[in-house]
Design a protein around this ligand. Sequence first.
Ligand code: RIB
Ligand code: CA
Length: 320
Amino acid sequence: MTARKKVILDVDTGVDDALAIMLAVTSGELDILGITTVSGNVSLDQATLNTCKILELLGVSGQIPVCRGADKPLVRDSVFEHRVHGSDGIGGALTGMTVTKQPEAERAEDFIIRQVLAQPGEVTLIMTAPLTNLARALHKCPELTEHAAEVIVMGGVVQGFGNITPTAEYNMYVDPEAAKLVLAAGFPRLTLVGLDVTRKALLSADDIARLQNPVIRDYVEKSTADYRKRYWERNGVQACALHDPLAVGVALNRSFVTVRDYYVDVETRSDLCDGQTVCDFQNRLGRPANAGVCLEVDAPAFLECFINSLNSNSFNSLNQ
Ligand code: RIB
Ligand code: CA
């Protein structure tokens, strides 16, 4: 029995962050040391409440600590995304739920530092939100780069258009200063899971119908309904892009993606392109690669992993 991979999830629980948490928990292959929350899709308070709701829904709220992080980007104002994630951030799916789980007193950046330093070389950071918390942690503890096993970032787009401006992906756009700092910090193993691949990881109504646990199926159907509708209006496809779940997927099985090492930087001083991730494909800047950039994805294989995990036996008895 191989030891489960130790991970910390950093989330701005919105619709796809919630699905990422569900995949991480139901996979049974990850030792989730904790979940840190940050302002992004919704406010810090709402992201934290939503995260606690998902853990209670899965029946694991007593096993996974939640630590609150930044309530706004490093230097910019918040840019909430209620148009996509709904007023509560999870498509109104669990409005009636009463939550007993409370976040820890420990701040997100301190939790990240403490866990990584206590288990050097063992902890993978899975970042599915603006990178404010990790930037703050690096500011307090620059040697974090030497002791994190890997940083997997859902963010950016290197060969396509943005999803919040013509050039920028949302997580990078909300806090480009944090993203620039994280990419420049010198993590030896940083994987960028951008829209280039996450746009191909699409969850359809037919996929949702394959979920066997009625509690999980009803939640996924309800929480993604408006998201899928909006995706249709914007992209002509009735589906939910599994942006954040794919970052967890890469932690579970790196063979889902094709990765190439490049130097990547983030624009922070532009009227038009702030938050753009610029990938130096031709090494024109002559700088060493700082990221493993995901260029292709085996979407069917990842979708099977997602559905099979959420259907895993350990959760079939969940609150039925
Ligand atoms: O661009 C997609 C990313 O922005 C996802 O993490 C989504 O949750 C939003 O935060
Ligand atoms: Ca997110």
